[in-house]
Design a protein around this ligand. Structure first.
Ligand SMILES: NC(=O)C1=CN([C@@H]2O[C@H](COP(=O)(O)OP(=O)(O)OC[C@H]3O[C@@H](n4cnc5c(N)ncnc54)[C@H](OP(=O)(O)O)[C@@H]3O)[C@@H](O)[C@H]2O)C=CC1
Ligand SMILES: O=C(O)C1=N[C@H](C(=O)O)C[C@H](O)C1
Length: 250
């Protein structure tokens, strides 16, 4: 069986360098490109790349995906910074290349995907909920893409259950003290040397609390999800948002 021809964008970065090693070690894949900032995207076409793993920056990702989709190269995307406007722009590009697949995964680790699922399940039963994400101090964006997605899923579950605004008597606060408001869910971002990627979802009801916590302790935690995405995206045309769509979560 021929191997999948895979290229990594952001190949010198924290997660990109780990992804290069993971693709090289995968029996069913061949690494045909490892591109950093300034490298020419045309080399993806010359090398016959079938799937690109996009792990760069929010400033670069849209241009990179536009090139890939126009050339029929499937993409597995971990880069953050997704807004409704950006997703609409990507969907427009994909409409002109209907056989091309793009997976955007706010988080590739199974534990983080399950955290989002569990938080969504629990949200309807608790009056209060807040999200705390904790990352290494080299992270460029806050709050994390995972925390933003978690809060959006929680907010949708609360709305579906008919829960209103959260109890909060705060009348005065320093800027940022109550976190960022993501669809009515406070999200707090911690940046601390020694950490990698961590998240807590705190839920509170009458006389009880529930804490759901996930810790990524090494970038290796993201690799099985990236490799799964690469294997599945070639047969998933259009946009898939969230690795859970490629997992059997029961
Ligand atoms: N979905 C998930 O599970 C995960 C997602 N991420 C996300 O992945 C992204 C990268 O994170 P991280 O590795 O920590 O960041 P880094 O800053 O370590 O890596 C980003 C790399 O991309 C390079 N780069 C920038 N622009 C381009 C471009 N146009 N083409 C090719 N390479 C480019 C940068 O080069 P230079 O240094 O020269 O600017 C850098 O080497 C972030 O958005 C992060 O949130 C991270 C971990 C897990
Ligand atoms: O920058 C990181 O490190 C991470 N970014 C992603 C995010 O913003 O959610 C995924 C994970 O948290 C690691």
């Amino acid at each position: 069986m021929s191997k999948l021809r895979v290229a990594v964008l952001g190949a010198k970065g924290r997660i990109g360098s780990e992804a290069v090693r993971a693709v090289e070690a995968a029996d069913d894949m061949e690494l045909v490109g490892a591109l950093g900032r300034g490298d020419k995207l045309e080399s993806l076409v010359d090398s016959g790349a079938q799937v690109v793993v996009e792990l760069t920056t929010p400033a670069s990702v849209m241009g990179n995906l536009d090139f890939c989709v126009r050339h029929g190269i499937h993409a597995v995307v971990g880069t953050t910074g997704w807004t409704d406007e950006r997703l609409a722009q990507l969907n427009t590009s994909l409409a002109a290349s209907p056989e091309t697949g793009v997976l955007i995964a706010p988080n590739f680790s199974i534990g983080a995907v399950l955290t989002m699922t569990f938080a969504q399940q629990a949200a309807r039963y608790f009056e209060s909920v807040e999200v705390v994400e904790l990352h290494h101090p080299g992270k460029a964006d806050a709050p994390s893409g995972t925390a933003t997605r978690t809060a959006q899923l929680i907010a949708a579950a609360r709305a579906e259950a008919g829960l209103g605004t959260q109890p909060d008597a705060t009348l005065t606060a320093l800027d940022g003290a109550r976190g960022a408001d993501v669809d009515g869910v406070p999200v707090h971002a911690v940046r601390l040397r020694g950490l990698l990627a961590h998240q807590e979802v705190l839920l509170g009801g009458e006389g009880e609390t529930l804490t759901i916590r996930h810790d990524s302790l090494h970038h290796s935690s993201f690799m099985p999800g990236i490799l799964l995405g690469v294997r599945r995206v070639t047969s998933a045309p259009g946009l898939t948002f969230g690795l859970e769509h490629f997992l059997d979560l029961g």
